[in-house]
Design a protein around this ligand. Structure first.
Ligand code: NCD
Length: 326
């Protein structure tokens, strides 16, 4: 059972999203978050029933990915296909450039052009603020699929959906965020949603990878209790949800700096014995060393279920912003 029970949005509810970009979790009201969660539940039921959907029939989604991605891009693309729409994609990295960005075309121009081809644009960039540039250039809705160390709203939405499903609700939960809280955009986004509920947060990170002070301060101002510690064993004994993150190697200035902290926090089978009963482990993935494979057997290891939840959540995002929930 989840607080986010499946429900198709009313016309009034759907109107809150139509034509809007999704750039950051800070733009959401709690009501909007919950409408999106219920719409995701509605699409999950359709997926489970293997219902063929035509909500996005005749529509095109552009995926502009300038940074590596497996789950985010493929689940956005699958979401569009499952909704009966079509997909065009640029998937490139600094080492493998295929678009005119490599010729020096600006993001503003790229979005202006793609806006003429697609009904919705999903974008990932190594630089913060690129989806905002895109949203200013494009008439059609733009969805941020991760911008540098900034925001990753679609991940936070599927994280909330997963917490709702796995724990039944969000109020009263203690959530430990572990690892690279400085560079991890997933935690920067998720914290805003958790702060909408009666939650307690524990941050576990090395000194050099602490949550940016402005985010911590803003969250405390909302009345959320935040404890900061370096002791993972203590944190897992208190937490209902343990949110692991990968140390974001690509955002480090040097290999040495990365190597100094990369293995600071690891959950293995032995540590699971110190967990609060019923605790779940989330991770946006990919994992490197943060969770050993023996932990996958633990019933609360929810990270693969979490990744699957990305599909109905992204279906809801695409259909809502284009005004096509049918
Ligand atoms: C995350 C990301 O890209 O920020 N991955 C994802 O989208 N599932 C986390 C990460 O790369 O560590």
């Amino acid at each position: 059972m989840s607080i986010y029970s499946a429900k198709k949005p009313t016309e009034q509810e759907a109107a809150l999203f139509k034509g809007h970009d999704i750039l950051s979790t800070y733009q959401f009201t709690k009501e909007e978050l919950e409408i999106l969660m219920r719409t995701a539940g509605y699409y999950e039921e359709a997926l489970v029933a293997q219902k063929r959907l035509y909500d996005m029939d005749g529509k095109v989604m552009a995926a502009l990915f300038y940074e590596p991605s497996t789950r985010t891009r493929l689940s956005f693309e699958t979401a569009m296909h499952r909704l009966g729409g079509s997909v065009i994609t640029v998937a490139e990295s600094a080492k493998n450039q295929i678009s005119s960005t490599s010729k020096g075309e600006t993001m503003h121009d790229t979005f202006t052009i793609v806006d003429g081809y697609a009904d919705v644009i999903v974008c990932r960039s190594p630089q913060t603020g690129v989806p905002q540039i895109g949203a200013a250039a494009a008439e059609h809705p733009v969805i941020n699929a991760g911008d540098g160390a900034g925001q990753h709203p679609s991940q936070a939405l599927l994280d909330m959906y997963t917490i709702g499903k796995e724990k039944g609700g969000v109020d009263g939960l203690t959530v430990a965020m572990v690892g690279d809280l400085k560079n991890g955009r997933t935690v920067h986004s998720l914290i805003e949603f958790l702060a909408m509920y009666d939650t307690k947060l524990i941050f576990v990170s090395p000194d050099s990878l602490q949550m940016p002070a402005d985010i911590t301060a803003k969250t405390r101002e909302k009345g959320i209790e935040i404890e900061e510690t370096k002791d993972l064993k203590y944190a897992v004994s208190k937490a209902d949800v343990i949110y692991m993150t990968r140390v974001q190697k690509e955002r480090f200035a040097s290999e040495e700096e990365y190597n100094a902290v990369k293995d600071d926090y690891i959950i293995d089978g032995a540590l699971v014995k110190s967990f609060k009963p019923g605790a779940i482990i989330l991770h946006p993935l990919p994992r490197v060393n943060e969770i050993t494979v023996d932990v996958d057997e633990y019933p609360g290891a929810a990270y693969f279920r979490q990744a699957r939840n990305g599909l109905p959540v992204r279906m809801a995002m695409i259909a809502l912003v284009t005004g096509n929930v049918k």
